[in-house]
Design a protein around this ligand. Structure first.
Ligand SMILES: NC(=O)c1ccc[n+]([C@@H]2O[C@H](COP(=O)([O-])OP(=O)(O)OC[C@H]3O[C@@H](n4cnc5c(N)ncnc54)[C@H](O)[C@@H]3O)[C@@H](O)[C@H]2O)c1
Ligand SMILES: [Zn+2]
Ligand SMILES: [Zn+2]
Length: 383
């Protein structure tokens, strides 16, 4: 089969690989009809995630058709069209019982670091991902969800990560009626967090980035205010000026470890790797939120040391919430929002690229060329 193949930082290609087979009675094999490239894939692509092995296939946002099932699979049958949450999870452990599917304890030998994630290095379980013609889906009775007839494949593929992650980012912000919410990052996750902040009762939504076409997009898509951080000297002062001097009620980090905007953070966090990513947005969020406010973090960081202003967070009495999204928990509600026409996720898709051209696809998304917001990869069989 054709599959994306990691050859080292900034080097990916489409190559022929063996097709996956059933390895466990509860596996399914899914023929991929759409997959996406996520901002998280860029951390892999840029060589920032430990134990990203040569020859692995990325891709944790995908939908497809079930073409084979193991003998114990009860909830799926061959021919079903499914969307597959990015988390690989068991459904029965301590964490899954509490709907913390992103923290499953049974699907990654390094479960104290992170739960299982498709195509996300051996630190996340070493599963091959869905940027391929076929993918093995373990725990097939638990993760995959049948796509309702009135949900398009384009909307469905955004339900596997970007939309639920943006939603959970807003939900962890504990937004109350009347709140001012500042969202850092106008990528797919930030865009959905902005939409979700309105759904959860925000009174004002402000999105910060430095890529002008993304700010333009989110301003129209989510009817929010925008700030280009290149025009700002001191982010905390700027946000306080916009919010009666106290700061925002909620700040949300939808950027993570590759944040721009501070040379020293970039140097120590991204170039020299003295800390697990640039902590610029963590500084901005902690310092821009009002005392007693909430900082919600879904931007991804490495598990080791970061230069974070934790003393400021303490003195301000902040609530800090963060996690990998637990996709499956949000699906019923988000599917309802799409069916009711309150949200049109597929509107963020700017690029549809054949899987054969995966190398160009990563380059375009990574370098933000051609006004790229979200890229869908189409495998040969699904053209
Ligand atoms: N927790 C989860 O479950 C989960 C799931 C999906 C993605 N993520 C993470 O969320 C983050 C965003 O994902 P995405 O797909 O939207 O990525 P993306 O790379 O498309 O978007 C990130 C945006 O942040 C902007 N940015 C850079 N520095 C900034 C700064 N200092 N302030 C404000 N904006 C800045 C970039 O210009 C870009 O537009 C990534 O770190 C990704 O790994 C987490
Ligand atoms: Zn992702
Ligand atoms: Zn579990």
């Amino acid at each position: 089969m054709l599959a994306m193949d990691y050859r080292g930082p900034y080097r990916v290609r489409a190559t022929q690989k063996p097709e996956p087979v059933i390895e466990h009675p509860n596996d399914a094999i899914v023929q991929v009809t759409r997959s996406c490239i996520c901002g998280s894939d860029l951390h892999l692509y840029h060589g920032l995630v430990p134990d990203t092995r040569i020859g692995t296939t990325f891709g944790h946002e995908f939908v497809g058709k079930v073409i084979d099932i193991g003998p114990s699979v009860q909830n799926l049958k061959v021919g079903d069209n499914v969307l597959v949450p990015f988390n690989v999870f068991c459904g029965t452990c301590y964490f899954c019982q509490r709907e913390l599917y992103g923290n499953c304890h049974n699907t990654n030998p390094q479960a104290t670091a992170v739960g299982g994630i498709y195509g996300y290095s051996h630190t996340a379980g070493g599963y091959d991902g869905g940027q391929a013609e076929y993918v093995r889906v373990p725990m097939a009775d638990v993760g995959p969800t049948k796509i309702p007839d009135d949900i398009s494949l384009d909307d469905a593929v955004l339900l596997t990560d970007a939309f639920p992650t943006g939603y959970q980012a807003a939900e962890m912000g504990e937004i109350e009626q009347g709140d001012t919410v500042v969202i850092f990052g106008a990528g797919p996750v930030g865009i959905f967090a902005a939409k979700s902040a309105w759904l959860l009762g925000a009174d004002r939504v402000i999105v910060v980035d430095h890529v002008e076409y993304r700010l333009e997009f989110v301003r129209n898509f989510a009817q929010c205010e925008v700030v280009n951080f290149k025009d700002v000297d001191d982010m905390a002062v700027h946000i306080k000026k916009m919010t009666d001097g106290l700061g925002a009620d909620v700040c949300i980090d939808c950027v993570g470890c590759e944040a721009a905007g501070n040379m020293l953070q970039q140097l120590t966090g991204v170039k020299l790797k003295l800390q697990a990513g640039s902590a610029t947005v963590l500084h901005w969020a902690i310092n821009s939120v009002r005392k007693g406010g909430v900082v919600s973090i879904v931007g991804v960081y490495g598990p080791t040391f970061n230069a974070v202003p934790i003393g400021n967070a303490l003195n301000k009495g902040l609530t800090l919430r963060m996690n990998q999204a637990s996709v499956k928990r949000h699906l019923p509600r988000l599917i309802e929002h799409i069916q009711a026409g309150r949200l049109d996720p597929k509107a963020i898709i700017t690029h549809r690229i054949p899987l054969e051209e995966v190398s160009d696809a990563y380059h375009i998304f990574s370098s933000k060329l051609d006004n790229c917001i979200k890229t869908v990869l189409i495998p040969p069989g699904a053209h």
